[in-house]
Design a protein around this ligand. Sequence first.
Ligand SMILES: NC(=O)c1ccc[n+]([C@@H]2O[C@H](COP(=O)([O-])OP(=O)(O)OC[C@H]3O[C@@H](n4cnc5c(N)ncnc54)[C@H](O)[C@@H]3O)[C@@H](O)[C@H]2O)c1
Length: 315
Amino acid sequence: MQKPILILGACGQIGTELTMALRAKHGAENIVASDIREGNEALMASGPFELLDATNYEAIEDVVMHYEIDEVYLMAAMLSATAEKFPMRAWNLNMNSLFNVLNLAKDRKINKIFWPSSIAVFGPNTPKENTPQNTIMEPSTVYGISKQSGERWCEYYFNKFGVDVRSVRYPGLISWKTMPGGGTTDYAVEIYHEALGKGKYTCFLNENTKLPMMYMDDAIRATISLMESDPEKLSVRSAYNLGSMSFTPKEITQSIQKHIPNFKVDYVADFRQQIADSWPSSIDDITAKNDWHWQPMFDLENTTAEMLSNLEKSL
Ligand SMILES: NC(=O)c1ccc[n+]([C@@H]2O[C@H](COP(=O)([O-])OP(=O)(O)OC[C@H]3O[C@@H](n4cnc5c(N)ncnc54)[C@H](O)[C@@H]3O)[C@@H](O)[C@H]2O)c1
């Protein structure tokens, strides 16, 4: 029988789809969604929901006890672009929420944790192409520093206290059901909305800025598959590199123009350009492939086809 799962930050870009996927798989009553705000209609209607602040240890503990929670997925965080504006708030949210769930597991109140890291753990001195699992990191953003610290703490809690915590370094995620929440790769979602809505888009990154990206379905599949893997097979307890596709704003524009030939894009780079310039262009995820058979399914062309057809239906 499936033991109950709690998702913190369930109403965001990833949490929304993760909640729905886990509810479909394990039964809605076993998946408790929570956030500091309500989520979309489908999420709210489909199963249990709690208003819950991930920085409040006692409040999380109450919910964990009430529902007899076994696993926690911690999706609450402040993302890269917003974190540059509110550094201390980002640090407090990103770190304290992680300590809360790590400590719940250390005290054996929960048994398993998923906590996402990001390609933002890498920095300007990291090899840009095919960035390896283990390499120079030196992140230069508030968000990246919090994610790298988080990775170190996850590994520490695993080694020192036997906490079963699992993580991946998500690339920029592309989805049509929920808008992204203040990251540097948000353009790759906005561009589809604007292509359909206005036929033009002003991109906040330069046309040749190549970044690692992933379609949401792949990200959800990776997350669930890592969580279901045999713990003995997992050689990484910081966070796994996770690769799929890499493209530039120019290339995503060209792929949209195959469907909407008159679509026009201009480029006005803002502060997010500097963040993007510090990140890898492509990711070597051989360790994830070897350890838990990770295999992406979506490339740029089928991502574009999925995004445009689903957004068109929901307009
Ligand atoms: N989306 C991406 O492209 C991407 C890439 C790499 C890593 N990640 C990581 O994945 C995780 C989820 O990202 P996302 O894109 O879904 O973010 P998001 O901003 O879309 O969602 C975060 C959710 O957390 C909630 N939240 C904020 N403060 C909270 C608090 N104190 N308590 C409870 N909930 C709170 C927000 O209301 C929001 O619903 C984050 O850790 C993020 O760093 C995301």
